[in-house]
Structure formats: C-alpha cells, structure tokens
Design a protein around this ligand. Structure first.
Ligand code: SF4
Length: 214
C-alpha cells in the first residue's frame, strides 16, 4: 500500500466500507434525540462520556426542556445540576447555554443546517457539527472522532492525528453518501474489534486491507 494512488485508496476504502456494512448492519448514531437541537445538546454532553450515560441524562433532561428556547431560560447552574453526571459539567453547561442563546437570537430557535453556521456557534466544533448534519439533517457529515483517527491511521489512509486534515483526506476517497455511515462503522469496529492498544486483528474482517495487521 506504499505509494498508493488516490484511485487505489478509493477502491480500498470502498471495499472496507462494504465489509464493515455487512459486519455492522445496524450501525447508527447511538445518542437518543427527537430534534436537531436535542442531538446538538447530546453531542456536547457526549465529550469524555459514554453514550449510555448521556442517554440516561437526556431522557430526563429533554422531558423538562426540549428546545433552545427552554434551555435559554435556565441559568448555567441549573444546567450544571442536570448534566452533572456526564463530567466536565461546567464547560458543557456553558456551551449549552451559549448555543441556546445564539440559536434563539440568530436563528429564531432553529438549528442552522450548514457546517459553516454550525461551527460558528460558540463551543461547537467540526465533529459536533458533522454529527448533527449527518444524523439530524441527513446531510453527509464526516465525523472524525477518536475511533476514526485511530482506524484511518492504522489503515494508512492518513498519517496524522489532525482531525481537520483527516476529514479533508477521507472526504477525497469516501463517496459522499457514505460519509455519515463511515463514522458509525468506525465506532462499531473500534469498540468491537480494532480496540485501542489491543486490536483483535485475527477477528478483523478488513485485515486483508490493513497494512497494520499483526
Ligand atoms: S487488521 Fe488489526 S489494526 Fe487493522 S483494522 Fe483490523 S483490527 Fe485494526
């Protein structure tokens, strides 16, 4: 795979995605939400926290406060109390409060639908923006999280931990319609088989396509 051309990379990653789709046919976003705003909040809460814990917290939280307008009326301290168990609660509460205000003031309470607008919201990075685009709006979004960073490097599609560069490089070789799914597939594969520090290459369905196979 040394000196692999872009077309060769395209072909290899297409085969990999095909196999991963067969291995994880139900791959999807594991955060629970009923609107783009709720997914935005859940994604903010998911930093350094498991999706299970976030879903537990949001199942209570979204019953009480379901949209930007209702979150906007809360104080930072009130939000902190509600989300405490997800960790880093002060920063997360601040972000949720800020985005609620911005969405109400600039977008009439409706989450904007473009990457450019989403990343301008205070506290929203490209990863969160792509999660919302891909899952809540069905607009292809290439999420680069810890699993994508690790697996894209192991597969030698990139040799960098820089998420922006990885997103750019992967977007050149993955079909746009697969962008959102690729993130989900990497999360599933990263949790089940290509585990950090302990990849189970013997059980890996894409090992024939992986230069890091051991
Ligand atoms: S072969 Fe090993 S290192 Fe490569 S993707 Fe599979 S589990 Fe990960």
């Amino acid at each position: 795979m040394k000196d692999e051309s872009t077309n060769q990379k395209k072909s290899r990653i297409t085969d990999i995605i095909k196999i991963l789709k067969e291995e994880y046919p139900n791959s999807s976003c594991s955060l629970k939400y009923e609107s783009p705003f709720q997914l935005l909040v859940a994604t903010i809460l998911s930093a350094q926290c498991t999706d299970e814990r976030v879903n537990k917290v949001t199942s209570v939280l979204f019953e009480k406060y379901s949209n930007a307008e209702s979150f906007r009326k809360l104080s930072n301290e009130q939000i902190e109390k509600e989300i405490f168990s997800t960790g880093f609660y002060r920063n997360k509460a601040k972000s949720i409060k800020n985005i609620s205000e911005e969405i109400c003031e600039k977008y009439d309470g409706i989450v904007p639908k473009t990457l450019e607008s989403l990343v301008k919201l205070r506290g929203v990075g490209r990863k969160t923006a792509n999660v919302v685009l891909g899952n809540a709006f069905n607009i292809p979004g290439l999420v680069v999280d810890t699993h994508v960073i690790r697996i894209a490097n192991l597969l030698k599609f990139v040799i960098t931990k820089n998420a922006v560069v990885i997103e750019r490089e992967l977007s050149k070789i993955i079909e746009k319609k697969e962008w959102t799914n690729f993130g989900h597939l990497c999360i599933d594969h990263g949790r089940a088989v290509c585990i950090a520090r302990k990849p189970n290459c013997v059980k890996c369905g894409i090992s024939n396509y992986c230069p890091s196979k051991i």
